[in-house]
Design a protein around this ligand. Structure first.
Ligand SMILES: Cc1cc2nc3c(=O)[nH]c(=O)nc-3n(C[C@H](O)[C@H](O)[C@H](O)COP(=O)(O)OP(=O)(O)OC[C@H]3O[C@@H](n4cnc5c(N)ncnc54)[C@H](O)[C@@H]3O)c2cc1C
Length: 467
């Protein structure tokens, strides 16, 4: 009897360079591609918001639509279910007489628990459960340390990477024997998932969009050549690659980014920028491996280094922060952008994590949960371990000083905070310093049109004096 397999897509929503798909096709006579939307992703947290918000969900649905169309063009389809995978997948195994499930290997606890529950549920049906790494740049088997011994510093981690290699891309799949699903339900709408906000994700989801973005950033605009000098900005689309939402959903293989970067170096230009993009991609890799080493500790308030601190649990202050009401324009502009579009620049994220933990002294895990809910590029390890770093390891990043450095003319702030559009720099960096006459002259009343800061520590005052 021919071997029928089920391909359980998760955060690997692509057909190119996908080790799970590749192995499933090699070992099966026919495969049934499936994605399960789990209602637990949308549960309400005690902090008062849902674990996954409207923008990331809209982005995910676009990824699924695109994957479905790509499979349809190969005379297949994508079966999309809604429910608990450990309940739905055994039903499909029975219905389609599936002998093996193929899926991605995960790092974080919730994803691993979900996979383990499926494995347990299908084992009595005689169904095999196979997993492959599909979101890493370096395969763990190719490194000279085990994930549990991942070096504590990025510098040492990079030294080890030098002794390894990035595997070649998997060849294009020619043979695509897909099992047609008996029925192909339409994609759910956001209200079906309990989400009522109007989504406006900053970028379109899906593998097609991911490949277009790669072509745009590298070869069409050659923006890559300028990356090192533009990457700390926040305004516009091309100051950085915007690959993160695609990498997070697995629409883009990190190995493809690596290979295309090398091709760019060989055919267009090799400079510090081409080096730096891979340097950043290695940061992503570092956090994946640190996640494997530290497991659940990445979610603990004391962080992976066990630095105990009496964090405040001040809900009122937290609400101000997440609703873009800190009174510091550089922060509020970034938060407004993320709340509306699901994207925030790296500069904004660094400033926000540092501010919430070190100026407000608020339990940083609350902030990480807010980013998790809002970001379209949310990735467990990148998010929680970057928060760990900014909250418990790095020195304070001063947002007033940073606005002077990274938004010199105030263009970014004016885009997202139009109520401050007539305030000139340097007052725009700290509008609460304006006298009543100045406020009247520039058309804004602090405390009414735009908030005054809730706190003003010595560190912020230091920056104000030097504006
Ligand atoms: C508090 C905080 C939370 C973050 N949360 C996430 C998250 O949930 N998901 C996520 O992908 N990134 C996260 N980052 C990292 C970084 O901000 C984003 O990867 C980057 O802004 C995405 O934009 P880009 O693709 O244009 O990046 P580029 O500057 O073009 O970089 C290219 C790629 O390198 C990787 N990268 C760059 N910087 C980092 C970094 N510091 N850590 C890990 N990978 C990096 C990303 O995959 C990125 O797509 C976070 C950073 C901070 C400080």
């Amino acid at each position: 009897m021919p071997k029928r397999s089920l391909l359980w897509f998760r955060k690997d929503l692509r057909l190119h360079d996908n080790p799970v798909l590749h192995r499933a096709l090699q070992e099966s006579d026919a495969i049934l591609p499936v994605f399960i939307i789990d209602p637990r992703w949308f549960r309400k947290l005690p902090l008062g918001f849902r674990k996954t918000g409207a923008n990331r969900t809209a982005f995910l649905l676009q990824c699924l639509q695109d994957l479905r169309e790509r499979l349809q063009s190969r005379e297949g389809a994508l079966l999309i279910g809604y429910g608990h995978p450990e309940k739905l997948l055994p039903e499909l195994v029975r219905e389609y007489q599936i002998e093996a499930i193929y899926t991605q290997r995960d790092i974080a606890w919730e994803e691993r628990r979900s996979a383990a529950a499926v494995q347990r549920a299908v084992a009595p049906l005689g169904c095999l459960f196979n997993r492959e790494w599909s979101h890493l740049l370096y395969h763990p088997d190719d490194l000279d340390f085990s994930p549990q011994q991942t070096p504590a510093t990025f510098k040492t981690f990079r030294k080890h990477l030098r002794r390894s290699r990035v595997r070649e891309l998997l060849p294009e799949v020619a043979r695509f024997p897909l099992l047609p699903p008996k029925e192909e339900a339409p994609l759910p709408g956001l209200p079906d998932l309990g989400l009522y906000a109007e989504p406006q994700p900053a970028y379109p989801g899906g593998e097609t969009a991911a490949l277009q973005r790669l072509q745009h950033y590298f070869f069409d605009t050659e923006a890559l050549t300028r990356y090192k000098w533009t990457r700390n900005q926040s305004l516009g689309d091309d100051y950085s690659s915007k690959f993160s939402p695609y990498l997070a959903h697995g629409c883009l293989s990190p190995r493809l980014v690596y290979r295309e970067n090398k091709r760019y170096e060989a055919t267009v230009r090799k400079n510090i920028s081409t080096y730096w993009l891979l340097f950043e991609l290695k940061w992503r890799e570092f956090f994946q491996y640190l996640g494997m080493r530290h497991g659940n500790r990445m979610f603990f308030p004391e962080g992976i280094k066990g630095r105990e601190r009496a964090w405040k649990e001040d809900k009122e202050l937290f609400e101000r922060w997440r609703k873009a009401q800190t009174g510091i324009p550089f922060l509020d502009a970034h938060m407004r952008q993320m709340n509306q579009t699901g994207f925030m620049s790296n500069r904004g994220r660094v400033n926000h994590a540092s501010f919430l933990a070190q100026e407000y002294g608020i339990n940083w895990t609350w902030g990480a949960a807010w980013f998790e809910a809002r970001l379209i590029d949310y990735d467990v390890c990148s998010n929680w371990l970057n928060w760990n770093t900014q909250a418990t390891e790095q020195r304070f990043t001063n947002p007033i000083w940073q606005s002077k450095k990274y938004d010199q003319k105030g263009e970014y702030v004016r885009k997202w905070l139009p109520e401050l559009r007539d305030v000139p720099v340097p007052q725009l960096y700290a509008p609460f310093t304006m006298s009543e006459e100045e406020q009247a002259e520039h058309g804004v009343k602090i405390g009414e049109d735009y908030p005054a800061p809730a706190t003003l520590s010595g560190k912020l005052e230091w920056a104000v004096k030097r504006l």
